[in-house]
Design a protein around this ligand. Sequence first.
Ligand code: HEM
Length: 515
Amino acid sequence: MISHILYPILLCLVVALYFCVKFVAHILTTRHALRHVPGPRPSSLIWGEEWLLYHSTPGAHYVRWHRQFGKILRFTGAFGHQVLSITDPSAIKYILGEAIFDFPKPKGVRAWFKATLGEGILWVEGREAHERQRRALAPALSQTSVRSLVPIFYDTSAKLASQWMKIIDDGHSDEAEIEVTKWAGRFALDTVGRAAFSYDFDCLSGRPHALADSMDGLTNNENKISSFYMRALFWIFPSILSIGDKGEMIRKSKMELGNIASKMWRDAKVAGDANGKNLMSMILRAEAKFSTHKMDENELVAQMRTTISAAFEPVSAIVAWTLFELALNVRLQNELREEVSTAGLGDPSYDDLTSNLPLLDAIIREVLRLHPPILENHHEAAETISVPLSEPIPGTSDTYLVIPKGTILEIPVNVVQTDPDVWGSDAEIFRPERWLERKKRGIRSDREILAFSEGPRSCIGKTFALCEVKALIITLLRQFSFACPYEIEPFQSFVIRPRIKGQGPSSLPLIVRKV
Ligand code: HEM
C-alpha cells in the first residue's frame, strides 16, 4: 500500500533531480565558456538582473551596461541562466541574416506565441517551415497590395477623427483631453481587420469592445508581481505561461481572437472569397500555387491571430509616440501641417505617402528610432556556434565569439539605434531633421533602423504599418493640434508604450484642439 504512494513520489523526485542537475550543469558550462565576456555582477542571487530590469525604465540598463562593457556583454537571468546582450554590427548581421535559423526564438518566447496566437509565423522555426508560411503571407502585404489598401487606411483614420471631433463637440468647447493610447489600439485593430480580412471589428464606434479590451488587457498590465514572475521565469520554465490568472487571461484572449478568426474564415468561405484581394484569399491562393500542403482551419486561424496581433501592439505604440512627440513640439506640428497642405486637398496617394512627404517620413523614422516598440530581439543558440565580430571583446584579440548551445541572446534595439558612433552626440535627442540631412549627404536610411528587425524574419508588415500610420497622422493633423499636459515615461507591456509617470498601465492623455 505504502509503496503505491511512495513510488510515484520517488519517481517525481528523481525526474526533478535529473532536470535540476541538467540545468545546473548547463549554467556552469555556459558561464565557463563565456567567462571572458564582461558584464555586470548579478544584483540578486535568485533573480539575477531580472528584478532590476523589470523595475527600471525600459532599456536604460542596456544603455548603461553597453557604455561600460562594450558591444558584447553577459548578464545573469533568473536562477543563474546566462544572457548575452549584443550590439556588435557584424554579429547582429550574421545572427539575423545567414544564421537566423541557427538562432531560433528562445523556448519561452515560442511558448508565449503558441499560447497566445497558435502555431503561426511568429512561432514557426526551421528554414523550410518558415519560408512556407512567409510565402503565404507575402503577397497580401506586398507594396502592390498596400497601394490598394491606402483608401481603407484613410477611412479608418477618418472614423477615429470623427470620434474625437464628437468628444470635443459634446464638451461644447474647442478642445478636450483624450486618452489616445486606447484609440490608437482601436485604430490599429479596425485597420488590420478591414484591410487584411475585409472584416469590420467596429472598435472605433466608441462603445466598449470585448476584443479590444481583452487584447489590451493581456499585455498592458501595471507592474504586478505575477507579471514579474512570469517575465523572469518563462525563459527557463515556459510552462509558467499556463499557470494562474495570467495563464487564464492568455487562454481567454487566444480563444476570443480564435473565435473571431474562425467566424471571419467561415464568412469568407460562404462569400466564396477565393478571388478577393485580402490576406485570407491570398493565403489560400498562394498555398495552392506554391505548395501541395493546404492550410487547415487551425493553421489559418493561427495565422490570422498572428497577423492581427502583430499589427495591433506595435502600430498602436508608434501612433501614440508620434502624437506624443508632436504634442511636445508646436513648431514641428506646424511645419508638418504645411508639408501636408502642399500635397493638395485630397488624401495623399500611396506614392506621396512613401516618397513625397519627407518631413512626415523623417518624423516617423525618428519615432521608430527613439521609441522602438519591440525593445529586445531575443534568440537562442540551437548549437554551439561561432559568430563574427566587428571588434574584439576588450582584453582579447578574437574577432569571433563562440556561443554555447542553449545560450539566450538579446539584441537591445534602443542601444543600437542611439549609438553615438552612428547618430552623433545628439543621438538621444528627438530630431527628425537628422534624416533629411542624412538623405542630402547620400546616407542610406534603412540600414541602422532595427525597429522592424532585418533579414529573413524581419517585419513583413513594414510597408503596411508605415502607410497606415502616415495616413492617420495626416488626417489628424489636418483637423487637430496636440499638447501634452503630463509628464510621460516609457512603460513595458509587450511593446514599449507611453504612460503618465509612475501611474498604472499605458496612458497618454493629450489636449486635442480643433484647428
Ligand atoms: C510600427 C509597426 C511595426 C513594428 C515596429 C513591427 C516590428 C516587427 C519586428 C521587430 C518583427 C520581428 C519579430 C521577431 O523577430 O520575432 C516583426 C515581425 C512580424 N511583423 Fe511586424 N511590426 C509592425 C507592424 C506590423 C504590421 C502592421 C503587420 C501586419 C499587417 C506586421 C506583421 C508581422 C509579421 C507577420 C511578422 C513575423 C515575420 C516573420 O517571422 O517572418 N507587423 N515585426
